[in-house]
Write a protein that binds this ligand. Structure first.
Ligand SMILES: Nc1nc2c(ncn2[C@@H]2O[C@H](COP(=O)(O)OP(=O)(O)OP(=O)(O)O)[C@@H](O)[C@H]2O)c(=O)[nH]1
Ligand SMILES: [Mg+2]
Length: 295
């Protein structure tokens, strides 16, 4: 009887009758095709995810901002400029974080929330947010308050100055063209204004609104600064960030904004925050004599 013809079906079983070396080649091809298709799927999923993810992030720290948080989230995420938003809440007793969670379904993948165990201060909240932002690969990172003192409609100008006009740090400044503060008691305006004059005198930094909390950073600035070395928490934190960026020779630019006093919720300002700023500036200056700011 002649041997069965390889490649022809063997009898009733329908199993192809291939010699072993051809079976292994065909298996190889199948496995390779499988991996290629897996790779392609992975590539398209990841690149689609990266494409849909904005390169801009706004960070808002919160403590008891229930009256403001939903409104500010909508105001930021409804802007024409595509940005993501990160809220860092310090276990606010009024349930601010719950309001954020409720909106996360609506703003899927754009609204993020980090929660800390208790009130640990603005500075450390921002440091946590900056590290998170760098880890996720955002290129332009803005910080602002939850209380509408900083107008979300100014965000596009801040991002634009960073992205299109070559600024490394953009400060939404109250004092670049006169004094643009609405509804603050005169005493508070004077303290804030002269605080900036004081910072300029001691540090020689050419920034008119050194305590401003409406700032956009290019990611390289945050990567270069050693964030774990930033030690202050309140206004001094804002001064320290600008001073450090300036010492590293980054291009720090101010653009005018109008700052409006909060309409809802309560201030978290305290005497401790003010005295930290007064003595902090001197510590910053003297500390800078012993620090090298090489990039
Ligand atoms: N996560 C966190 N956020 C804080 C903390 N302290 C203040 N904030 C938030 O930081 C932002 C600025 O705080 P504000 O209380 O508005 O401070 P301020 O702008 O100097 O003071 P007012 O506008 O006069 O109330 C707000 O969004 C606060 O909710 C804190 O310890 N932790
Ligand atoms: Mg405020």
């Amino acid at each position: 009887m002649p041997p069965p013809d390889p490649g022809k079906r063997a009898g009733k079983t329908g199993i192809p009758c291939l010699p072993p070396d051809q079976i292994s080649v065909s298996l190889h091809i199948t496995v390779r095709q499988y991996y290629v298709s897996l790779g392609l799927k992975y590539y398209f999923c990841v690149s689609r995810y990266e494409y849909s993810m904005s390169n801009k992030l706004v960070i808002i720290p919160t403590y008891n901002e229930k009256e403001n948080i939903a409104k500010i989230i909508r105001a930021v995420l409804d802007l024409e400029v595509m940005t993501d938003l990160l809220v860092i809440d310090d276990n606010s007793p009024d349930g601010t974080a719950d309001s954020v969670r409720q909106l996360q379904e609506e703003f899927k993948d754009r609204l993020h929330l980090l929660e800390r165990k208790g009130k640990l201060g603005l500075g450390t909240a921002y440091i946590m947010g900056f590290k998170w932002a760098l880890d996720k690969g955002y290129s332009y990172i803005c910080e602002m308050d939850a209380d509408f003192s900083h107008d979300p409609n100014d965000l596009p100008r801040l991002f634009h100055a960073c992205e299109q006009q070559g600024a490394d740090v953009v400060i939404g400044s109250r004092y670049i063209s006169g004094v643009n503060v609405v509804n603050w008691p005169m005493g508070r305006v004077l303290i804030s204004y002269f605080a900036s004059v004081y910072v300029r005198m001691i540090t020689r930094m050419k920034v008119r609104d050194a305590t401003a909390g409406f700032v956009c950073y290019r990611k390289e600035v945050l990567e270069t600064m050693k964030l774990e070395r930033i030690r202050f928490k309140g206004y001094a934190f804002q001064i320290e960030m600008k001073f450090t960026a300036w010492k590293y020779n980054f291009n720090v630019v101010e653009i005018p904004i109008i700052f409006t006093d909060r309409k809802e919720g309560n201030s978290k300002m305290s005497g401790g925050i003010v005295s930290e700023a007064i003595f902090g500036v001197i510590r910053l200056k003297t500390g800078s004599w012993f620090t090298s700011y090489n990039r």
